[in-house]
Design a protein around this ligand. Structure first.
Ligand code: ADP
Length: 203
């Protein structure tokens, strides 16, 4: 099925945009949801994480002790890579399974780190980037998560820059405007384009 990879920096509005596509009847495969599920109770990643990092990273209900793992990988690049070597292949495999099982005119695969992580480009037909000013991202995430400015900047430092992301984009949705009607209209126009692109050719 025709697949659109949806990405954007933290706070750009990916979830907001995905929600509008979903109202148009487009199935959404969300890698954040998958990441959460595979590290939940009985999640596929949990035996591997327990073997690699130890039982102290497993909460009593069998899910990942997120606070403990955050502390472990914070400023420890090697540990982060070991964790991602476990989770990323599982997330990709699960996303692929959902992508094949999805029912709709086309599918949106939401991947926050699509530009940063390998292996996604070849799994989607187009890349749609949700874009806004860096300052807008910071203010939105401060408001949404009650983070300090420095906390937001630390997360953003781990992500691709605005320019790198735009370079990878086939399509861009500017989500600067506070007016949701403008955003809805932009998404509607893109949806029409994707419907045409996804339509099987007669010849
Ligand atoms: P992401 O999924 O990219 O991190 P979200 O869709 O969660 O971003 O948006 C971040 C925050 O900004 C949310 O609280 C959301 O409600 C708000 N937001 C998103 N788009 C707009 C907009 N156009 N105007 C005002 N607030 C917005």
């Amino acid at each position: 099925m025709f697949a659109v990879g949806l990405t954007g920096g933290i706070g750009s509005g990916k979830s907001t945009v995905a929600e509008v596509f979903s109202k148009h009847g487009v199935p959404i495969v969300d890698t954040d949801v998958i990441a959460h599920r595979i590290t939940g109770p009985q999640g596929q990643a949990m035996p591997l994480i327990s073997a690699e990092f130890g039982q102290q990273f497993v909460a009593p209900d069998g899910s990942l002790d997120r606070a403990a793992m955050r502390a472990r990988v914070f400023s420890n690049e090697a540990a982060r890579q070991r964790l991602e070597a476990i989770t990323h292949p599982l997330i990709r495999a699960e996303a692929e399974r959902e992508q094949h099982a999805a029912y709709g005119p086309y599918v949106i695969v939401a991947v926050p780190l699509l530009v940063e992580s390998g292996g996604w480009r070849e799994r989607v037909n187009r890349i749609l980037v949700v874009d806004c000013a860096t300052e807008t991202q910071i203010l939105r995430v401060q408001r949404r998560n009650a983070f300090t400015r420095n906390q937001v900047l630390a997360i953003m430092a781990r992500q691709a820059s605005r320019a790198e992301r735009l370079q990878a984009a086939d399509d861009v949705i500017l989500n600067e405007d506070e007016n949701h009607a403008t955003l809805d209209a932009r998404i509607h126009a893109l949806h029409q384009r994707y419907l045409l692109l996804a339509k099987p050719r007669a010849f």
